[in-house]
Design a protein. Structure first.
Length: 94
């Protein structure tokens, strides 16, 4: 079992087609926050072949997720307060 909160979602275009290989970046809303291990707390993952992504083991705080893919405008979803689990849909659009 994974401890901490989770943010997961699906990256798709306006037509609902799942987008694979989208770079998703998770950042704390407060700029310059650092994890207890001394590493910047920004994390990155790529969406899978089905367009899905997951960030796990998140501390209780507020995050922003950005999605970047070639041919698409960068999309942001913010003010995601983690106290358990959050789900995001459609984070990328043309």
């Amino acid at each position: 079992m994974t401890s901490g909160g989770t943010i997961s979602g699906l990256v798709s275009d306006d037509g609902g087609k799942a987008l694979a290989g989208v770079k998703l970046t998770l950042s704390p809303v407060a700029v310059g926050e650092w994890s207890p291990q001394g590493q910047k707390s920004t994390r990155e993952v790529l969406s899978g072949a089905d367009g899905r992504f997951t960030f796990t083991r998140l501390g209780e705080q507020v995050y922003q997720v950005s999605a970047m893919a070639r041919g698409y405008a960068t999309q942001y979803r913010g003010a995601l307060k983690i106290s358990g689990r959050a789900v995001i849909d459609n984070v990328a659009a043309p």
